[in-house]
Design a protein around this ligand. Structure first.
Ligand code: NAP
Length: 279
């Protein structure tokens, strides 16, 4: 179990889970570099723990700026022990109504931005033979829901990348975990959500109740970000962290349901699946 001080780099600390992760790590005495996108957010973040809370102005989709930003901040604050790729947002919209640009923006933030951050910290972690990478995915990176196909796709992608990267870097003392929350009370379904306007009436019956329910639930989600933050700290302290950690009763129940359904479907179609080899 790791109990010494660790330098954290957490993306998206202006609100929600990122803010809670940073607050908890600071409370445990760790230095925290937090990315933000406005000067106001930078000032508010640094005020949490002057001298230990270091704001880094960075949009993770500014791929050209990521490597030098990380190098500069490591020179200023010290080597990063723990990267938490938390920055991200949800796109809500029926696939047929949503544009390729919506999809590209979703993957830029949730996938390409996270990968850019990992590529920036990996050389140092590999050289030091030590590091933790926690990628905040979602239960929507394992189960799916209609109306957020681009979001689920982005989180599935980050799950797959996390799992494969973990196998590549295990020999270097670097652990990679996909942290997959259920529904948490943050700005995710409020100010942060990108909602594509409705345009095809055929989808009214599917999509209108989903949009209305998500808007009504925003601010009343069951998950408590401060408890998620305690779970993150326990994960980082562990010498043998899991490849994937779900957070919340909802995530556990829905993932268990999907696993059962997948097993049943595999069994139903087993004969056809096994019919495709030579000989
Ligand atoms: P949130 O309160 O909206 O926080 C999102 C954070 O990400 C904000 O700090 C935001 O910065 C930042 N961000 C967004 N795009 C960015 C970009 N391109 N570059 C840099 N920062 C960016 O929502 P949250 O729920 O805490 O979201 C955190 C992560 O948890 C996300 O990856 C989300 O998909 C995931 N998640 C959330 C839930 C949930 O129910 N809340 C469930 C599963 C997974 P600004 O303030 O500048 O916008």
């Amino acid at each position: 179990m790791t109990t010494s001080s660790q330098t954290f780099l957490i993306t998206g600390v202006s609100s929600g889970l990122g803010r809670a992760f940073a607050t908890a790590a600071l409370a445990e005495g760790h230095p925290v570099i937090g990315t933000v996108r406005t000067e106001n957010a930078a000032t508010a973040f640094e005020a949490l723990a002057p001298g230990r809370a270091h704001a880094l102005l960075l949009d993770v989709t500014d791929f050209a700026a990521v490597p030098s930003s990380v190098t500069d901040v490591e020179r200023r604050v010290g080597p990063i022990d723990v990267l938490v790729n938390n920055a991200g947002y949800g796109h809500e919209g029926v696939l047929e109504e949503s544009s390729i640009d919506d999809l590209r923006r979703q993957f830029d933030a949730n996938v390409f931005g996270a990968v850019a951050m990992m590529k920036a910290v990996l050389p140092g972690m590999r050289e030091r033979r030590h590091g933790r990478i926690v990628n905040v995915t979602s239960m929507g990176g394992f189960i799916t829901m209609p109306g957020i196909s681009f979001y689920c796709g982005s989180k599935f992608a980050l799950e797959g990348i996390s799992e494969a990267l973990g196998k590549e870097v295990a020999g270097f003392g670097i652990h990679v975990t996909a942290l997959a929350p259920g529904q948490f009370r943050t700005d995710w379904a409020g100010r942060s959500m990108d909602r594509t306007p409705r345009s095809i009436s055929d989808y009214d019956a599917v999509m209108d109740p989903i949009r209305a329910a998500r808007q009504a639930k925003s601010g009343n989600q069951p998950g408590d970000p401060t408890k998620a933050a305690q779970a993150l700290l326990e994960l980082v302290r562990s010498d043998d962290p899991p490849m994937r950690l779900f957070l919340g009763d909802d995530a556990l129940a829905l993932v268990a349901q999907k696993l059962d359904a997948m097993r049943a479907e595999m069994a139903d179609w087993e004969t056809l699946s096994r019919s495709t080899s030579f000989g």
